[in-house]
Design a protein around this ligand. Structure first.
Ligand SMILES: Cc1cc2nc3c(=O)[nH]c(=O)nc-3n(C[C@H](O)[C@H](O)[C@H](O)COP(=O)(O)O)c2cc1C
Length: 333
């Protein structure tokens, strides 16, 4: 088995799951993670930015790499390159709906072409020294058959595990998740099936387990600005949401590490989205959100963090009393 039976896995997230991001998740109990998707051609070409995706920190106990592509020759070469690096698994992206990927016939577009998808997967598997898994989306939300056929085909082609994102490609990353199809695939495959989609709280995790069956789960957007979700799921009622001081400290650590990793200017620029993520759903005033654009130096970041430490707007805790099931909460200081 690739994962322990109830593993919580940090999903591959383009533009997010680099070393500083994964380190934040590790601080809160995440033990399994993936790089963001790596374009096979960029890797074969030796693109410097792409090669950085292959870096792994010493504290990462389990790390998978994810590859996207469709050409068997390029995928074979990419798999051989990745085999020289230290990863626990190689995952094949068969679910990405982003136009720049779909227009090349890769990701979710490739998954719609059964024969080509299997050939591409086989090229990867044959040339990889590590276990190879696949990440797919449901292909039809009315019938499990097309998704089941693809999942079974991948199992037959030697996949060691399959992650199923229970949304259609046209849904992108939000909206209802089809638990029944994930459940059906779990029932029909011998390899591990990782359930993915919509897990942004312990409640949603329990819903996934009860409707799709128990097994490993993967989460992406639920962990954005909310690495505490790993503790929330693990510790159940013993978990207490972070206080504003803890949100501020976590945000600061993440951004300073990002700046150290990429250099201050680039680090601060790419951290804007992380700042919004940490503030999201935690009752911070819109006025404070407007200031994010003005963070241009570490001193600006430090004064912004002081504002985060002060906590949410008046009214947030009253709102929370009325909405106890809200995800990504903040605790009264
Ligand atoms: C910004 C963003 C980037 C993503 N990048 C990738 C990626 O590189 N590879 C991949 O397989 N999925 C990617 N995904 C999809 C997620 O891994 C995950 O399957 C999806 O968000 C559903 O899980 P969730 O409901 O927990 O967010 C991305 C999602 C988002 C929102």
């Amino acid at each position: 088995m690739l994962y322990p039976p109830t593993a919580l896995i940090l999903a591959p997230i383009s533009g997010y799951t680099d070393i500083p991001y994964r380190n934040g998740a590790i601080r809160h109990g995440c033990a399994f993670a993936f790089t963001e998707m790596i374009d096979d051609a960029s890797l074969v070409f030796g693109n410097k930015k792409t090669l950085r995706f292959l870096e792994r920190a010493d504290n990462e106990k389990w790390l998978g790499a994810q590859i996207v592509g469709s050409d068997t020759d390029t995928l074979s070469k990419a798999a051989r390159i990745i085999s020289n690096y230290n990863f626990d698994a190689l995952d094949f992206n068969l679910g990405c709906p982003a136009p720049k990927v779909v227009k090349k016939g890769e990701g979710s577009a490739l998954s719609a072409d059964y024969d080509r998808a299997l050939k591409a997967f086989e090229a990867l598997r044959k040339n990889s020294d590590m276990p190879v898994s696949a990440k797919i989306r449901i292909l039809d939300d009315k019938s499990p058959e097309p998704t089941l056929k693809l999942a079974k085909g991948l199992e037959g082609a030697g996949a060691c595990a399959i992650t199923v994102h229970g949304r259609l490609a046209k849904q992108f990353y939000s909206g209802p998740v089809n638990h029944d199809i994930i459940c059906e695939i779990r029932k029909n495959l011998k390899i591990q099936v990782v359930a993915n989609g919509g897990i942004n709280s312990r409640q949603k995790y329990m819903e996934m387990v009860s409707l799709a069956g128990s097994g490993p789960v993967m989460l992406a957007t639920g962990a954005m600005g909310n690495p505490w979700i790993f503790e929330e799921i693990e510790y159940a009622e013993k978990f207490t949401p972070p206080a504003p001081r803890q949100v501020a400290d976590e945000m600061e650590k993440h951004i300073l590490e990002t700046c150290e990793y990429y250099g201050t200017e680039i680090g601060l620029r790419i951290s804007r989205k992380f700042i919004f993520d940490y503030m999201k759903g935690r009752g911070y005033p819109a006025l404070l959100k407007n200031q994010v654009i003005h963070i241009k130096a570490i001193a600006d970041l430090k004064s912004f963090i002081c504002e985060i430490r002060k906590g949410p707007s008046d009214g947030y805790f009253k709102w929370l009393e009325k909405n106890p099931g809200a995800p990504r909460k903040i605790r009264h200081p």
